[in-house]
Design a protein around this ligand. Structure first.
Ligand code: ATP
Length: 272
């Protein structure tokens, strides 16, 4: 893939109608007097990269934390594949097909890249404590499969050269790719990326854009991307949702959202 992340053609922005993989209906979250989300509704269609933008404090991370069931919402509902997330505890979310990366890297520094990636398959493993302790044949088979899959993802993310190095020794940009590989080990249908470009240099952001598009197109994983780097969001997203002060300002193609007067005003410091 030779496209630049900031080249809209590279995103292959999709026009065909798509079904909603994720549907957020009228969700509100309050922390005391602070209204972090105020009746937010939008859909993230299957097969899309959906970008979620907004100035600091707009409510993006709060929404991600709702999707991971780390925060509770007071009104509305969030559905994944038509199923409400409301009754589910956080540890069931990955098994449902929602994977995520975090703003701050969450890798085990003393473990190798391969070991870190393999851990990501834990939520899809069917073996329990007893079968693991007894090392039953199917547990060994699962381990072999996990090793094979981790190696494939390491190849996909061009991490072969560092697969056996401790994650803590690697440069920041490389560690971010390890985190992506680990999130993909869980076979997500939807991958939540929380500011993946933070701390990356220009070349690394371009490479990240190509990786995001490849995850969508080659692996068939839909993506919800929270990001401040406008070049990246506008270059890779099929649709964009803009928030400010917990409210939705605009939703549409990258071009429509970029040109929306409320979005322009929000980024220039205006309050709706
Ligand atoms: N756990 C919490 N307790 C109290 N207030 C919170 C909590 N989490 C978020 N908030 C508040 O909710 C609002 C939205 O914050 P949030 O972190 O979701 O914004 P954001 O769009 O992710 O911002 P940034 O781009 O800076 O990460 C802010 O006013 C924030 O201070």
């Amino acid at each position: 893939m030779n496209h630049s992340a900031s080249d809209p053609a590279a995103a292959g922005t999709r026009r065909e109608p798509a079904s909603a993989l994720l549907a957020v209906h009228d969700v509100s979250v309050r922390f005391g007097n602070i209204v972090a989300l105020d009746g937010i509704s939008f859909e993230a269609p299957a097969g899309y990269v959906t970008g979620l933008i907004g100035p600091n404090g707009a409510g993006k991370t709060t929404l991600f934390n709702c999707l991971s069931r780390l925060y509770a919402w007071q009104t509305g509902d969030i559905e994944f594949n038509g199923r409400s997330l409301l009754p589910l505890p956080p540890h069931r979310i990955a098994g449902l097909g929602i994977g995520r990366t975090f703003q701050n890297l969450a890798l085990f520094d003393s473990m190798t890249v391969l070991e870190n990636v393999k851990i990501g398959g834990h939520c899809t493993s069917t073996s329990g404590f007893l079968s693991n302790a007894l090392r039953l044949p199917y547990v060994r088979r699962e381990e072999l499969d996990a090793g094979r899959k981790a190696s494939e993802l390491i190849g996909f993310l061009e991490l072969d050269a560092v697969a056996h190095l401790p994650a803590g020794q690697l440069p920041f940009g490389t560690r971010k790719r390890v985190e992506l590989a680990r999130a993909l080990m869980g076979d997500p249908q939807l991958l939540l990326l929380d500011e993946p470009a933070a701390g990356l240099n220009h070349e690394e952001v371009d490479a990240l854009g190509r990786i995001i598009l490849s995850i969508r197109t080659d692996l068939g994983v839909s993506i919800l991307l929270v990001e401040h780097h406008m070049g990246l969001v506008m270059g890779v997203s099929d649709k964009v949702v803009a928030l400010n002060f917990g409210r939705k300002l605009a939703e549409g193609t990258p071009k429509e959202v970029q040109q929306h007067p409320d979005v322009i005003s929000a980024y220039l410091g205006g309050r709706p």
